[in-house]
Design a protein. Structure first.
Length: 561
């Protein structure tokens, strides 16, 4: 019997049987190591290769604007590694010191980036070319460092390739380290635990969150923004909110342009077209969403819907329509007027009543509107902050997609736990207002709107604002939205104050028509895609409420003269 013994591993010519607990791959690595040790790389090959690899590392450090301290330390490492090869002097102490200097000097500028993983990998390969045993531990550590940076970069950047390359290389290195190094009982337990985590997490994530169910898309969005469909999971809504913000930011660029005076900083770009999610958006030559507006008004009864993104319409699907378009359809179908009626969508995302008042002289009044419908709210809540104790602290953390959704959900829940611990208690936002709502800046702006409408003989309609939640809502639903709207306990009373404000103002000015948009909408979260933007069902309900509010006025105005 011919046998080759490797501690607890044993292969025999009789049966090639594998004994004890070591894996077959560990034996392969062990044999490879023995062969490599028996046939060392000649110095005339190894030394130039080591110098070349270290030179590449130094060049990458220079190219990435690394500190001169780090570059100098890398140069010393190269000399120490190559020139002391094969001598009795063990130069690893100097090598370790320089390695620590490189990491310490780069710590401030260090970021998770595969670029740094390549640098660490080059150093590791240069170390593996050394045949002295003292370099093997250093080579293993730099190899693990390269693997960790690669996996970390893939995780932070949500890049699958570097993440799984780092994970796979980490697994291989752990198996190799167990073969070449004696870990002892404790070390073996630690290595086994890390192996289970590296293999088990991706496997569990694959079965719990198949790839086709992970990403938020317009088609699957309802599963995330709907409290019922998301089963009340705040991290699911946070995924949707991150998708919503990223997509709207990308979509707005083609249809927006800077304003000449910079206040407000941007406006709708005339004649532009873009997809908002899967919904086509067209901006006409007058810089309004919708079809072209005839230059000559003629006998047309012209209504201007003035508002924010909720009026502009954050539509998702091709068949979705903003509420001004639905209102025009309802007027024609239900009142059957004897003259043309058109509703112009003058909503602009991120605008408040303050910005829209500036548009009136140059963009709205030249259209000679017969009626202006104001639907403002959320974007102007800061204008009544003097009537509320402002919430303090940073905004809630955004959900960040990661290669493993299990880790992404865990990370997000931990960050939300920290946020909620540090955030101002909700009772702080429920104190009594120290300033009367009618004395706020918001009230002054509404008075300006009323005066402009009176001066120009325009019928003015002011509506209150509807949101997905109010203080009567289920606390679980409120917390569901709090994952994206950290000030939600301040936003809800702000909306109450705004509703009282517009109700009191219209009572003081009988010529102004007040519309209550709350019936079948306020607090009905399934009709919203977040706390203020509406689903198509919600937009239809809003249009219905506004139509019912102005039906009597329109019936009189549209009667034949």
């Amino acid at each position: 019997m011919v046998a080759y013994s490797t501690g607890r591993l044993c292969i025999t010519a009789r049966g090639s049987r594998l004994f004890h607990s070591r894996a077959g791959t560990a034996l392969a690595f062990h044999v490879f190591h023995k062969i490599a040790a028996a046939m060392p790389v000649p110095a005339w090959i190894a030394v130039p290769a080591q110098l070349f690899l270290m030179a590449c590392t130094i060049a990458m450090a220079v190219w990435s604007h690394g500190s001169w301290i780090a570059i100098g330390a890398l140069a010393i490492m190269a000399v120490d590694l190559a020139l002391l090869r094969g001598t009795k002097y063990k130069g690893t102490a100097l090598f370790w010191i320089c390695g620590i200097i490189v990491l310490a000097s780069s710590a401030k500028a260090f970021v998770w980036d595969p670029f740094f993983a390549v640098q660490a990998a080059l150093v590791a390969v240069a170390l593996w070319l050394g045949q002295r045993s003292q370099w093997q531990i250093a080579a293993m550590i730099w190899s693990f460092l390269a693997s960790a940076i690669c996996a970390g970069a893939g995780y932070v950047q949500n890049a699958n390739t570097p993440f799984y390359v780092g994970i796979l290389s980490g697994i291989v290195l752990l198996v190799l380290a167990r073969s070449l190094c004696g870990f002892g009982i404790l070390g073996a337990q630690v290595a086994n635990t890390i192996l289970v985590i590296l293999i088990g997490l991706p496997t569990a994530d694959f079965f719990m969150h198949p790839r086709h169910t992970r990403d938020v898309t317009t088609v699957t969005a309802w599963k995330y923004y709907s409290f019922r469909a998301a089963k009340g999971d705040p991290s699911a809504f946070a995924r949707w909110w991150g998708f919503f913000l990223d997509h709207t930011e990308m979509s707005r660029q083609p249809i927006f342009e800077p304003t000449p005076k910079g206040d407000p900083p941007y406006r709708l770009r005339p004649g532009s077209h873009q997809l908002l999610f899967d919904s086509p958006v067209s901006i006409n030559s007058n810089a309004f969403r919708g079809p072209e507006i005839p230059t000559e008004k003629g006998d047309t009864y012209r209504i201007v819907a003035l508002g924010e993104s909720t009026t502009f319409g954050m539509t998702l699907h091709p068949q979705d329509k903003p509420w001004p378009e639905l209102l025009e359809q309802m007027i024609r179908e239900n009142l059957k007027p004897g003259r043309p009626v058109e509703v112009i969508n003058a909503g602009v995302p991120a605008y408040s009543l303050k910005e829209n008042l500036r548009r009136l002289p140059r963009q709205i009044l030249p259209l000679h509107p017969d009626m202006i419908i104001s639907y403002h709210g959320f974007n102007g809540f800061s204008l009544i902050d003097s009537a509320l104790p402002p919430a303090s602290g940073p905004p809630p953390p955004r959900y960040r997609a990661r290669p493993l959704q299990l880790l992404a959900d865990t990370e997000y829940r931990f960050r939300m736990l920290v946020f909620r611990h540090r955030a101002v208690p909700k009772t702080e936002s429920e104190k009594k207002a120290v300033v009367k709502p009618m004395d706020t800046v918001y009230a002054d702006l509404y008075r300006q709107l009323i005066q402009i409408a009176r001066t120009n003989g325009i019928r003015l309609v002011i509506a209150n604002y509807s949101m997905a939640v109010d203080r009567k809502s289920d606390p679980k639903i409120i917390e569901f939205y709090r994952s994206a709207f950290g000030r939600i306990y301040s936003i809800m009373p702000a909306n109450e104050i705004h509703s009282a404000l517009v109700s009191d103002l219209t009572a003081q000015h009988p010529e102004v028509c007040f519309v209550d948009t709350h019936p079948h909408l306020e607090g009905e979260n399934e009709k919203f895609i977040d706390i203020m933007h509406l689903t198509q069902e919600g937009r239809r309900q809003l249009a219905t409420n506004i139509f019912e509010g102005v039906r009597g006025v329109l019936g009189k105005d549209l009667q034949p003269q």
